[in-house]
Design a protein around this ligand. Structure first.
Ligand SMILES: CC(C)(COP(=O)(O)OP(=O)(O)OC[C@H]1O[C@@H](n2cnc3c(N)ncnc32)[C@H](O)[C@@H]1OP(=O)(O)O)[C@@H](O)C(=O)NCCC(=O)NCCS
Length: 152
């Protein structure tokens, strides 16, 4: 059994989560960029926000609600970002539950739509995300943009 909590209640895990993010999305093992994102996502009343999945006290996954993820598409807002589950805990539904938690939270604070971008195939489609466009990243690659409505 695991739980999902706001990162502001678990600042002791910022270092660990920064390392996950740098390894997954960074150009090197330099964690400063990701640590800054996390250190500035601790407000519970404003974006960005970060959540952490915990097995007991052990951090096993994370997800963020960001103002912007794909900078070339700042017309879209907000973004589900930085979804990560540690390898030993994958394929147990934790990624989907982190998403579900974030979608409920985004809806509860009044957003009607939410976006993400990804190069994954057939993952987000599984829980109803709709492909809406391709968009260009800083590195010049094109990735898929998905949208989910938060209202009936
Ligand atoms: C992608 C990720 C978050 C999935 O987390 P997870 O907890 O393993 O996923 P869930 O258990 O909720 O979902 C499992 C299902 O998704 C599928 N799935 C898992 N990883 C996938 C991937 N990389 N691409 C496509 N499908 C994937 C599984 O096949 C499984 O399908 P099934 O239910 O039909 O058997 C996790 O693999 C991860 O952290 N990857 C590295 C970071 C990453 O790519 N993040 C997404 C950035 S856009």
């Amino acid at each position: 059994m695991f739980k999902i909590e706001h990162l502001s209640n678990h600042k002791e895990h910022i270092e660990t989560i920064s390392k996950w993010m740098a390894k997954e999305w960074g150009a090197s093992d330099d964690i400063r960029f990701f640590k800054s994102i996390l250190n500035h996502s601790l407000s519970k009343t404003n974006l960005p926000q970060t959540f952490v999945a915990l097995d007991g006290e052990k951090p096993i996954g994370t997800i963020g609600l960001w103002r912007c993820d794909m900078v070339s598409r700042q017309d879209l807002f907000p973004w589900l970002s930085a979804l990560y589950v540690i390898p030993a805990y994958r394929n147990k539904g934790i990624g989907k539950q982190l998403q579900s938690h974030l979608l409920s939270y985004a809806k509860s604070i009044g957003y009607e739509d939410i976006y993400l971008y990804t190069d994954l195939e057939n993952y987000y489609e599984q829980i109803g995300w709709e492909f809406v466009d391709t968009g260009i990243t800083y590195s010049g690659e094109y990735d898929k943009i998905y949208k989910k409505s938060l209202v009936e």
